[in-house]
Design a protein around this ligand. Structure first.
Ligand SMILES: *Cc1c(COP(=O)(O)O)cnc(C)c1O
Length: 369
């Protein structure tokens, strides 16, 4: 790629291909793959990512909210799309765009059946979500008879899959807890499959579940962060390539004398002559204020330049004292060499938060590196 001349998020589809192949190499050949493209494809570009995944023969896509699925349908993506967190107000959008809702509570089941009947649907695909320990969304085991009773009285919907979500698949210190979740899901699935009289797809593993728990692969896995290049583990990260590179450019360089300050509220006060570079990226672009005062950094000509003072809405100033650089030079916020994992750790955050925060103001460039 040519050097950045403004703030850009480069999205490397070859990195996505690499990550998809690596993750699927961990699966049995018959295990299906659901790719999670919620939150603009983890902050990148959901349509470009989903189209590439379709080329790679992905079985399913998932989004969190229905409008995210609508965006994919408007881009002519025809792969089945699971909506992880619908609300009753969204049922119209769901059915109009052939999106498949996760049904996670008794109320949602009743409401969706009533809606599907009113819309004269038959066998509309739904996915039943079970809570096995995360305590976020989902039915519990004692809801099974209620579910079976409701489903026996309607032809409007059909259960396409049963699923659950692991709370700590990346943390091997919590292995016993995770194995308990997997076992709980297995028992629920067995009971429900018998009572339904047909076999929906079963799935409960996210990226770290794929990597750490082969016994949790069932019929399908759901991968998000791994596709974007992070395995929640240094030994896994070696095999994965970050898809996104967030870059910007030096707008101006200042020489700040001892006891002068930089930025709002005099957030940095120079103890010695300091060379400061101003970059056109701020908290409105996805650089949280908590990276200010030296916690965060960018890479300029291979060297780390730490943030001086407070992060502004549209800009940061970074310390380029001793770094050979000029106005117009490129600065990398995160990418394959200075990773989002590493930068996010500086504020006790995680790659997920940093990459999904890149705001829609930042121009996206699709490339194949
Ligand atoms: C976001 C999400 C995933 C993807 O998890 P990763 O850790 O990014 O692989 C899978 N399942 C559910 C229910 C999710 O909400």
């Amino acid at each position: 790629m040519p050097k950045a001349t403004e703030t850009l998020l480069e999205i490397d589809l070859n990195a996505l291909d690499n990550n998809y192949r690596y993750l699927t190499s961990k699966l049995k050949s018959e295990t299906k793959v659901l790719a999670v493209v919620k939150a603009f494809g983890y902050g990148s570009d959901s349509v470009a990512i989903a189209k590439e995944l379709v080329e790679l023969d992905v079985d399913y896509l998932a989004v969190a909210y229905p409008n995210e699925g609508e965006t994919l349908r408007n881009a002519k993506i025809e792969t089945p799309i699971l909506v992880l967190h619908p609300l009753p107000i969204n049922f119209e959008v769901i059915v109009n765009h052939c999106l498949e809702p996760s049904i996670y509570s008794r109320k949602m089941l009743e409401y969706f059946i009533a809606f599907a009947e009113e819309k004269k649907q038959t066998n509309y695909p739904i996915h039943l979500k079970f809570n096995t320990g995360l305590n976020r969304l989902g039915f519990i085991k004692s809801d099974i008879d209620f579910i079976v009773e409701k489903l026996s009285k309607t032809k409007s919907v059909k259960v396409k899959s049963l699923f659950s979500h692991l709370a700590a698949s990346e943390d091997l210190k919590l292995k016993e807890f995770t194995l308990g979740q997997i076992e709980g899901f297995r028992k629920i699935s067995e009971e429900l499959t018998v009572k339904l009289g047909y076999k929906p797809l079963l799935h409960c593993a996210n990226t770290s579940g794929i990597i750490n728990y082969p016994e949790a692969h069932f019929d399908m896995v759901r991968t998000g962060i791994g596709l974007y290049g992070f395995g929640n583990d240094p030994s896994e990260n070696k095999h994965l390539k970050p898809v996104g590179t967030l870059k910007t450019v030096i707008s101006q360089i200042h020489t700040v004398k001892k006891s002068e300050s930089v930025g709002y509220n005099r957030g940095f006060i120079a103890e010695k002559t300091t060379r400061s570079a101003t970059l056109p990226i701020g908290h409105a672009d996805g650089i949280p204020r908590s990276y200010g005062k030296g916690k965060g950094w960018v890479t300029i000509n291979g060297e780390k330049a730490h943030i001086l003072g407070n992060v502004c809405m549209d800009m940061i100033m970074v310390d380029v004292t001793g770094i050979d650089c000029d106005e117009g030079d490129e600065a990398i916020i995160f990418g394959p060499s200075a990773t989002a994992d590493e930068l996010s750790a500086a504020i006790n955050s995680i790659s997920y938060e940093l990459i999904t925060a890149v705001s829609q103001r930042v121009k996206r460039i699709i490339c194949r590196n």
